[in-house]
Write a protein of this length. Structure first.
Length: 157
């Protein structure tokens, strides 16, 4: 936990229109920051107490949050294979529970139907996403190795 005299940093991020707007229509929220904050509050059982939104004098929308809230971190690098599988299951369960709070379960189930089309699409997306992440990481490592991109370790100066 943070100490009594530790600084508090707030992170401000510009809130742009949703990428879904061209397909789903304009948001019912007048401020894109409010849209993002509302979504985060729906997904999180206990959100950041500093989470909020604002608009500047030029009409740009923003949301803000505590930069680092000192929550527990899990060291996934040293996990055994079995612990890793258990951790993934817990993360999936927490994510599913959070998303279940955001919609009408019966309506979603009706939309998805009884076949596995959606399941297969999600599985295919997950594999494609993992493959892209591996490609991106390889490019990053190469850029660091060739010194095109500076990098340092946690212990480095």
């Amino acid at each position: 936990m943070a100490g009594q005299h530790d600084p508090l940093f707030l992170q401000f991020k510009e809130a742009l229109p949703s990428v879904l707007e061209p397909y789903a229509g304009k948001s019912r929220y007048l401020n894109h920051g409010e849209r993002i904050v509302t979504g985060q509050r729906m997904l999180q059982s206990a959100s950041d107490i500093f989470l909020g939104w604002t608009r500047d004098d030029e009409g740009h929308d923003y949301y803000f949050r505590q930069l680092r809230d000192m929550k527990m971190m899990i060291d996934v690098e040293d996990m055994s294979g079995q612990d890793w599988i258990e951790y993934i299951k817990l993360c999936g369960r927490a994510l599913a529970r959070a998303h279940a709070r955001t919609g009408d379960a019966a309506r979603i189930a009706g939309y998805l139907g009884k076949n596995d089309t959606f399941d297969q699409a999600i599985a295919e997306f997950a594999v494609d996403y993992a493959d892209q992440t591996e490609r991106d990481h390889a490019v990053l490592v190469k850029a660091i190795r060739t010194r095109r991109l500076p990098a340092r370790t946690n212990g480095g100066a």
